[in-house]
Design a binder for this molecule. Structure first.
Ligand code: FAD
Ligand code: DHB
Length: 391
């Protein structure tokens, strides 16, 4: 069969693109390798910039987000035995972030696509792009053991870091930049009220810790661990103990334990592939770039890509104007590098780097945290990036 835009990957990028195209009268089909329950259950990000919330509204899928999302006007930074609130709203002329899990974003988008009669092919095996150097590209795949072909005008590669789209581009078509960090995050979800009303990012000599949430009853906390750490070494008790220690002097009083119902380890890397287009194939989201999670930019960067890509496709199909689509990669990449810089900076500021002879670097880290906690100018820089740079 055929469609206007064939979308590979039914994560947040692919789903949001499909829904935004739909409300603008453009037809798309999503090919997703996994099943619906797997996609909806994948526990990842939790902090949405205003730009992403606005996109969800424009896509007509913000009812539950508007009702249940927790609006946060600040974050706290702990380090050097202190803890201090950074009033992001005050420093940015009223901008805020919304805490709402990626699982909920994908559930809302899948429900909206299916309710509108949209086609999502789950369990699509062996998806392969063809003829991307032409005006008539197509995808082949297998569904229930039967070979299928999907013709289209454009392909959107929204298939994540390990997807097929970037991997299928010819050698030399894109430049790749990468940095792997010497640590990882162990994350838990627990049925207990969060430590504080807002997120706390903590620097500590034992390693970084982050206190986040999914609701007033569910905590989402992370501790820095070694990248080759065996999760079996981390009992719930050990995780709570480290969280208490790393929060600083009053950590033991603040951290309340509760039943842990999810625990996993995330490696950390920075990665950019550009340009984000080759012929009729566009890359968006994690398929084109990865940020380390400090700063909560991964999902939000996927959303800004989809903003530029959807605007380009809408101009092309509805107004016969190919210009915005031609500018897609340049527009998206410019914002990607700024978010890469911020995520790299916040990661470098707050983590304990392993290895000996780092006394000078550690003093620099402490001095930078002190500066951040005492300078309104430094806090403004953090705040304007954290709430999200304009599209
Ligand atoms: P994905 O969510 O990866 O979706 C890609 C989709 O494509 C998947 O459904 C996949 O099954 C499908 N797919 C892959 N290959 C194929 C194929 N060959 N054929 C068909 N379909 C395919 N960001 C934050 O901001 N904060 C966090 O705390 C955070 N934690 C994270 C934890 C982990 C373990 C990971 C991996 C990421 C985390 N991120 C976090 C990043 C954030 O979740 C991603 O940036 C976001 O999911 C990107 O969305 P996406 O749709 O581009 O990619
Ligand atoms: C969460 C994840 C992040 O990477 C972050 O910076 C803040 C919050 C979270 O999962 O809640």
């Amino acid at each position: 069969h055929s469609t206007q835009v064939a979308i590979v990957g039914g994560g947040p990028s692919g789903l949001l693109l499909s829904q935004l195209l739909h409300v603008n009268g453009i037809d798309s089909v999503i090919l997703e390798r996994k099943d619906r329950a797997y996609v909806e259950g994948r526990i990842r990000a939790g902090v949405l910039e205003q730009g992403m919330v606005d996109l969800m509204r424009r896509a007509g899928v913000s009812d539950r987000l508007d009702r249940e999302g927790l609006v946060h006007g600040g974050i706290e930074i702990a380090g050097n035995g202190k803890r201090q609130r950074i009033p992001m709203d005050e420093l940015t002329g009223g901008k805020v972030v919304t805490v709402y899990g990626q699982t909920e974003v994908t559930k809302d988008l899948i429900a909206a696509r299916l309710a509108a009669g949209g086609e999502i092919v789950f369990d699509a095996d062996g998806v392969t792009p063809h003829a991307i150097d032409t005006d008539a590209p197509y995808l082949t795949y297998r569904k229930d053991g039967v070979d299928q072909r999907l013709d289209c005008r454009y392909i959107a590669g929204c298939d994540g870091f390990h997807g097929v789209c970037r991997a299928s581009l010819p050698q030399g078509a894109i430049n790749v930049y990468e940095k792997v960090y010497p640590f990882a995050w162990l994350g838990i979800l627990a049925r207990v009220a969060p430590v504080a009303d807002e997120l706390i990012y903590a620097h500590h000599d034992r390693g970084f810790a982050l206190f986040s949430m999914r609701s007033n009853k569910i905590s989402r906390n992370y501790v820095q661990v070694s990248p080759d750490e065996d999760i079996a070494n981390w009992s719930d008790d050990r995780v709570w103990e480290e969280l208490s220690l790393r929060l600083g002097p009053d950590g033991g009083d603040l951290v309340k334990e509760g039943p842990v119902f999810e625990k996993s380890i995330t490696p950390m890397r920075s990665f950019v592939a550009e340009p984000m287009r080759h012929g009729a194939l566009f890359l968006a989201g994690d398929a084109a770039h990865i940020v380390p999670p400090t700063g909560a930019k991964g999902l939000n960067l996927a959303a800004s890509d989809i903003h530029y890509l959807s605007e380009g496709l809408i101009a092309y199909f509805n107004r016969d104007d190919a210009e915005p689509l031609a500018r897609y990669s340049d527009a998206a990449v410019a914002r990607v590098w700024k978010a890469e810089r911020f995520s790299w900076w916040m990661t470098s500021l707050l983590h304990k780097f392993p290895g000996g002879d780092r006394a000078f670097e550690e003093q620099m880290q402490l001095a930078e945290i002190e500066y951040l906690l005492s300078s309104r100018a430094a806090q403004t820089v953090l705040a304007e990036n954290y709430v999200g740079l304009p599209y």
